[in-house]
Design a protein around this ligand. Structure first.
Ligand code: GLU
Length: 671
């Protein structure tokens, strides 16, 4: 027979808190079993499961210290480790990174990936052999958050050709050199509505006059122009080196060589092939010159030295050939999906690379670039893409697409089969799937639709938000809050983990006005986990007026059947915690077998045995759902066993009633 360790645990936590409350909660959340130590292995696992990588330079010192430390960490050492490491470590342990529920997020992404992988339609770009010869089945996805969490799947470490995905960055580099105004004397920012290599893209009518500059930096004419604007006074190799280094910084490369990230590779064969048959681009280069907009140093006509009277030295304007050469070269850079996602994340992070913390671009440059991507980044499908996916994005004929979710993450999808517009078929599908699951579309409002999720919010909190406020308000008779929730189009019929709804709680607590309000809003009475309707909540608590309201409806109300084996047995107290939604979040995490979700709440100081409006606690929920892992975590973190819900049931009763054998056997050992 095991004994209950609750009081020991509580005094341990109090003892730790006396030294440092914040660290105490985190340390306590990481403890396994009954000891006053945490294991290095567990510490590392939690960090890695949060989406951070061991090669992240911010974790380098920490991991070294942990390795030197051995497998047991006592509280004093823990305080030192936490204090000397980067803030990111504490954020990860408290579940406060950009995407808090990273493993749930990754699981959803994996499902989308598997679905999209089945799609085989589309054609490879065929205009040059290096693109026509790639393996068409390749498929890679990478996501990098502004905190440096990384999701990757499939061919995410395979180099592929940047092609038109270089355009937003060329535009940024040109803005960094010359400023917005100067750049836009040479290139516009309007969507063109035409094929990206259309020769007419040069003529742009602005306010009634012919402006004669490319429509925007995302069409070829505009991109040749922006390439032409970057350090035209330097030699080709100096310019290309500069651009590769800028791209390098976007993906976490450091000039001092401190990180493992390398510079983007230059595929010389690709560049030569682009040049060899790139007649349209070459024509555009000359048109840019003809309009007088491509910057060049005035060249004097040299003396003709050709001896033959019928011959002369043909002149090619170097400003044109150099701009084209640079453009073809940049299109021929190659990186992996993880690299591209990091570059996109740098844009999402207002110009600071989330891996190296290097400010590569100014906030202004990024702010000016993203709207152009939003309206013109996806070739002729930009309008449709904006409507469906609603994120700034850029694709290239190499099969890549990058998407930017400002202040949250950069995404790269790579799959070389293209649709008629030149966009990766799987890239578009994956992007659509992401925005249909997650509220990341630029014009997604706040949450009213509970099927779609906000990736910035832990899933249990999301569930708690969808019902918790209404239930607490109903239980307190707070009509003003209920009215506001109605105006926000919230569904007031949604139940919690026990299918308890606002109507149940208003009825149990005798809140007549709230019951009337809810029924008037058309909320239908539904049974809870135990088959009981609010009608019986009112009746059992002797709220006669409310019973009358229910009797006006033509419903056959059923009674709840609870199991309470020993009503006069031992009884423990649950904790009352001020942050009511955090309590609902804790109980949802227990309901969903989400140990990590529970751990982060404990790390933030929520008492493990906090109870809700029905005096239900996390242990009741974990027992009822048969979540043994959660039950063990709760018990080893001092959750008392004989807490009783509104009806007197203990977690053991719940396990028995729901026939959760392993949980029942585990709990019945304690006395
Ligand atoms: N190098 C290609 C061109 O200029 C880029 C094509 C693309 O990705 O849109 O034709």
């Amino acid at each position: 027979m095991k004994t209950v360790s609750y009081t020991n645990k509580k005094s341990l936590l109090d003892k730790l808190k006396a030294k440092s409350k914040r660290e105490a909660n985190i340390f306590f959340s990481l403890c396994e079993k009954d000891s006053e130590i945490i294991s290095t292995r567990r510490f590392k696992d939690v960090l890695l499961n949060s989406g951070l990588k061991a090669k992240d330079k911010r974790l380098y010192n920490l991991f070294q210290n942990l390795d030197a430390h051995g497998d047991r960490i006592v509280f004093e050492d823990f305080i030192n480790i936490i204090r000397s490491s980067e803030l990111i470590v504490e954020k990860a342990l408290r579940g406060e990174l950009s995407i808090p529920d990273f493993s749930y997020f990754a699981k959803n992404l994996d499902n989308m990936f598997d679905e999209v992988k089945k799609i085989k339609s589309g054609e490879l770009a065929s205009y040059i052999p290096p693109l026509a010869n790639v393996d068409p089945d390749q498929f890679g996805v990478a996501i990098v958050t502004t905190d440096g969490q990384i999701y990757q799947r499939g061919d995410s470490e395979v180099d592929f050709s940047i092609q038109s995905m270089c355009k937003p960055f060329n535009y940024c580099f040109a803005m960094e050199k010359l400023g917005l105004e100067k750049v836009h004397q040479h290139v516009g920012q309007e969507p063109s509505g035409r094929q990206f290599d259309d020769l007419t893209l040069l003529a742009k009518t602005a306010v009634g006059q012919l402006n004669r500059i490319p429509f925007n930096p995302m069409v070829n004419a505009g991109a040749i122009m922006t390439a032409g604007l970057i350090s035209p006074e330097d030699s080709h190799s100096q310019r290309l080196r500069y651009i590769r280094q800028q791209f390098g910084r976007l993906i976490g490369w450091s000039p001092k060589g401190e990180f493992s990230t390398e510079l983007p590779r230059f595929n010389k064969d690709m560049a030569r092939q682009e040049n060899f048959t790139g007649y349209n681009n070459i024509a555009m280069g000359y048109l840019l010159m003809a309009t007088g907009n491509l910057p060049h140093t005035k060249t004097k006509l040299h003396n003709d030295i050709h001896p033959d009277q019928d011959e002369f030295d043909f002149y090619s304007e170097p400003a044109v050939t150099e701009a084209l050469k640079l453009y073809f070269s940049i299109c021929s850079l190659e990186m992996t999906s993880v690299n591209f996602a990091t570059a996109a994340a740098t844009l999402a992070n207002s110009g600071v690379c989330p891996i190296s913390q290097d400010r590569v671009l100014s906030q202004k440059t990024v702010r000016n670039c993203l709207p152009v991507l939003q309206t013109s980044g996806m070739y002729n499908a930009s309008g449709t893409f904006f409507q469906q996916v609603g994120l700034p994005a850029k694709s290239g004929v190499g099969g890549g697409v990058i998407l930017i979710v400002p202040r949250l993450m950069g995404i790269c999808i790579f799959s070389p089969r293209l649709d008629k517009q030149g966009n990766s078929v799987r890239g578009i599908e994956m992007a659509k799937k992401i925005t249909s699951k997650y509220l990341v579309h630029t014009f997604d409002g706040t949450m009213t639709d509970t099927d779609r999720l906000d990736p910035k919010i832990p899933i249990s909190k999301w569930r708690a938000n969808s019902c918790g406020e209404a239930i607490w308000a109903a239980s307190n008779g707070n009509i003003r809050t209920l009215e506001r929730l109605v105006s926000e189009q919230r569904d007031l019929q949604i139940g919690d983990y026990d299918m308890r709804t606002p109507l149940h709680l208003a009825s149990a607590e005798g809140q007549l006005e709230a019951v009337k309000f809810l029924l008037k809003q058309g909320v239908k009475p539904i049974p809870d986990r135990w088959g009981g309707y609010g009608y019986f909540d009112a009746k059992n608590n002797n709220h006669k007026d409310i019973v009358k309201e229910y009797e006006k409806l033509d419903i056959n109300y059923t009674q709840a059947s609870h199991l309470v084996e020993d009503p006069n047995g031992k009884t423990d107290k649950m904790a009352i915690y001020d942050d009511e939604l955090a309590v609902i979040e804790l109980l949802f995490a227990a309901f969903e077998n989400n140990v990590e979700g529970i751990r982060t709440l404990i790390a933030k100081g929520v008492p493990v045995h906090a109870g809700d409006y029905d005096s239900r606690t996390a242990l009741h929920l974990a027992a009822a759902e048969g979540c043994l892992e959660v039950v063990e975590y709760l018990v080893t973190h001092g959750h008392p066993l004989f807490v009783r819900d509104r009806w007197g049931a203990t977690p053991l009763d719940e396990a028995k009633r729901e026939k959760r054998k392993s949980v029942y056997n585990y709990l019945k050992e304690f006395r």
